[in-house]
Design a protein around this ligand. Structure first.
Ligand code: CP3
Length: 358
């Protein structure tokens, strides 16, 4: 047949891009770079287009999703686009009444704390998130050789929003449920794993070139508790995509002690925040996985020589890894000057091309 084989990507296609090559620990022309939250409030064109549209509503309009997703690609020349959506979009599609409140984040009308509450989370499929299917198809057509990253929230991070009812610094209610009623916890996390896997399946079927599983708040847990309460559920999501033929990135914040376990959960690439140098992270993650990261987003608010020195250090330390995707350690801060992001992309490309030549 003529079907492209997973190990023989079409030249110039997204599977042959510097980004996917680095995820697969294959050599490429330069170190690829993209930024978590690259589509968002740091861009004036984003603020303008979002001026009269609520966040969740904007995620449900394929044309708007396509335009917002493309904005940072046009402006910065990043090596990948990330779908404009939010981790709570599939949870809302599953039947949970919630909103994204500006300056606060996701707020859930009736927090999920009992077995009856867990039953309110319905399974989803393509029909429940048809706007995502449509947006991904439009984007894949527009992007050509630039890969599109799909994403979803991992069970722990989603559960935290549902149980707390909104953002939480301590995740105290979530942990109380986990420790106090492990059976209910596993029922909730299992239900969320189903929703997450279905949501990622829709994106893969529509043509994304990679997926990122965001377990942003997993760093709140010890490694032992992570392995017992969280890893099995995230592992089921990642294993469910093993045959999808796209790299799987697994990211969290404050996860220095969890990097090995997050790799073992079934990731091809482990995301690293700014607290752990990439050479140290590489030792924890092992030779079988690439790493992604890890510039402190606050550094982008500093004078350019500081930014440049940090980019150089991260590229040097990233050379210890079998594959390195340059990124921030967490999302772009809204007050970031977008011109600095553009300069970082050019610098990463320039320095990594020259490193490959020497
Ligand atoms: O560019 C991209 O990275 C793609 C878009 C994206 C958004 N949310 C858009 C968004 C992605 C990947 C997310 C994931 C997400 N959402 C995560 C995981 C990543 C992380 O940051 O750890 C989490 C924890 C959420 C939940 C959430 N949604 C928060 C904490 C917030 C911020 C609230 C605030 O106003 O400070 C949101 C809202 C949100 N999601 C915005 C955007 C662009 C801001 C809303 C706006 O522009 O009005």
């Amino acid at each position: 047949g003529t079907a492209a084989r997973d190990d023989e990507p079409r030249p110039g296609g997204p599977a042959d891009s510097p980004f996917v090559r680095a995820c697969r620990r294959r050599p490429g022309p330069h170190t690829p770079v993209w930024f978590m939250r690259q589509a968002g409030r740091s861009l004036p064109e984003y603020r303008e287009i979002r001026a009269n549209v609520a966040m969740l509503e904007s995620c449900r309009r394929p044309e708007l999703v396509t335009e917002i997703t493309l904005q940072p690609v046009r402006r910065h020349g990043v090596d990948a686009a990330i779908l404009f959506s939010d981790i709570v979009v599939p949870v809302a599609a599953a039947g949970i009444d919630l909103d994204i409140v500006p300056g606060t984040g996701p707020v859930v009308a009736e927090p999920v704390r009992t077995a009856a509450d867990v039953d309110r989370i319905r399974p989803i499929g393509r029909d429940e998130v048809s706007y995502v299917d449509e947006a991904v198809r439009m984007l894949v057509g527009e992007l050509g050789g630039t890969p599109l990253i799909g994403f979803a929230g991992a069970p722990f991070t989603l559960a935290s929003y549902l149980v707390e009812g909104g953002p939480s610094r301590t995740h105290a209610r979530t942990k109380a449920l986990m420790y106090g009623d492990p059976d209910l916890w596993h029922a909730l996390a299992g239900r969320l794993a189903d929703v997450t896997l279905s949501f990622l399946r829709v994106q893969v079927d529509a043509g994304v070139s990679a997926v990122q599983l965001f377990d942003s708040w997993a760093g709140a847990l010890s490694e032992a508790d992570y392995r017992r309460f969280v890893l099995p559920h995230s592992a089921r999501v990642l294993a469910g995509l093993a045959d999808a033929g796209v790299p799987r990135i697994h990211f969290g914040v404050g996860t220095a002690e969890l990097l090995g376990a997050m790799g073992e959960a079934g990731a091809d690439v482990v995301g690293v925040d700014w607290r752990t140098p990439l050479d140290v992270a590489t030792r924890r993650v092992g030779p079988e996985r690439a790493v992604q990261g890890n510039l402190d987003p606050a550094v982008l608010l500093s004078p350019w020589p500081v930014v440049e020195a940090e980019v150089r250090r991260i590229l040097e330390q990233g050379r210890a890894a079998p594959g390195h995707v340059f990124n921030l350690g967490h999302g772009v801060l809204p007050e970031t000057d977008p011109d600095v992001l553009t300069r970082v992309v050019a610098l990463v490309h320039d320095l990594s091309v020259r490193a490959a030549d020497r």
